[in-house]
Design a protein around this ligand. Structure first.
Ligand SMILES: [Zn+2]
Length: 343
């Protein structure tokens, strides 16, 4: 082979290798672009604003369109602005005190109810004949009152029992102080700490809690309320009327209060239903709802043939539908829970 031939052969070999490298480069580049496209597609999906379907698979109402960016310059905001509020939704400004309003306010040994006084009505004035009340002053919120009537009416209709006595409802800070001090001096510090909340930390300050007892009209004796035998129906069906047995035995580590068979808390529907079906106490439920933020997947619940959409908004970033009915409750900690009843 001449040196000329050798050179040509070397050139041909170099061209062959260059072509192969170029082809390999193109394949790598194309794979990279494809991977990037796939990733951006997945990221879009994960930031969808709301669950787009109800549990029954119906499309969301027209007021829940995808977000669009709006051209106008924003006015100086008084609260942090929620980015890209979708069409059909609006941001609302709720005061700090609204955090302590609504049926989902959480009050326990760590979280105080501040010194708010809720609006209440007296049970004696509005109760039906299916149960009793300790005195003419005992009061609860209007929603609690209505649900209590329905619950006790259903219980009496089912069992014929009409001796349930409501012995506690809304309680002032002063009353709670007296109760705590009495418990310490009569039954000791350990009992008081296990059963009696410190002033400011009782659910009874909210007007959403009731204590049940039984009352023998003939003997005038109080029988307590253990929620067993004849009274088991009232406990079993409480959720249907929006009540929960607030301090279950299995949750006392979380609630910080020993089992109280007599203490019921009104949270309303569909919350009582979800708490029951998911086996969550109120502390756990409030946490659970943080997993359904407005910006993410919403919780869709069907209860008694009604469809609900539930989501959590951090305080100062509350977004609600711009039309139609919705309910908002503060959680007394860090945000609000919105419930929409779907058509
Ligand atoms: Zn109580």
């Amino acid at each position: 082979m001449t040196s000329q031939q050798q050179k040509r052969r070397n050139v041909r070999r170099r061209i062959f290798y260059l072509k192969r490298a170029a082809a390999l480069g193109t394949v790598i580049l194309l794979t990279g672009i494809l991977a990037l496209l796939l990733l951006s597609c997945m990221a879009d999906k994960s930031t969808e604003p709301a669950a787009q379907k109800t549990q029954a698979g119906q499309p969301r109402p027209a007021n829940a369109a995808m977000p669009v960016s709006r051209g106008e310059a924003p006015a100086a905001p008084t609260v942090p602005t929620v980015q890209n509020v979708p069409d059909g939704w609006k941001q609302i400004d709720l005061s700090e005190s609204a955090l302590r309003e609504g049926t989902l306010v959480l009050v326990n040994n760590q979280i105080a109810f501040d010194d708010s006084i809720p609006e209440t009505v007296t049970v004696y004035d509005q109760k039906d004949g299916s149960y009793l009340v300790k005195d003419i002053y005992l009061s609860v919120t209007q929603e609690t009152m209505d649900a209590l009537n329905e619950w006790m009416d259903a219980f009496a209709a089912e069992t014929g029992i009409r001796d349930v006595n409501i012995v506690a409802g809304w309680r002032s800070f002063q009353d709670q102080t007296g109760l705590y001090e009495n418990a310490v001096s009569n039954r000791g510090q350990a009992y008081a700490d296990a059963y009696i909340a410190l002033p400011g930390h009782s659910e009874h300050h909210t007007g959403l809690a009731v204590d049940l007892d039984t009352y023998d009209v003939e003997s005038g004796a109080s029988g307590g309320f253990d929620g067993e035998e004849d009274y088991a129906w009232a406990v079993e069906h409480a959720w249907e009327f929006g009540f929960i047995q607030r301090y279950p035995e299995a949750k006392s580590e979380i609630t910080g209060i020993n089992f109280e068979s007599w203490h019921f808390r009104y949270v309303g529907l569909p919350h009582a239903y979800v708490m029951r079906s998911e086996n969550l106490c109120l502390e756990e439920y409030i946490d659970y709802l943080r997993g359904y933020p407005f910006s993410g997947r919403h919780l869709n619940v069907t209860c008694f043939d009604n469809n609900y959409e539930i989501y959590f908004c951090p305080k100062d970033q509350v977004v609600v539908p711009s039309s139609g009915d919705y309910r908002v409750s503060g959680n007394n900690v860090d945000g609000f829970i919105v419930v929409i009843e779907l058509p």
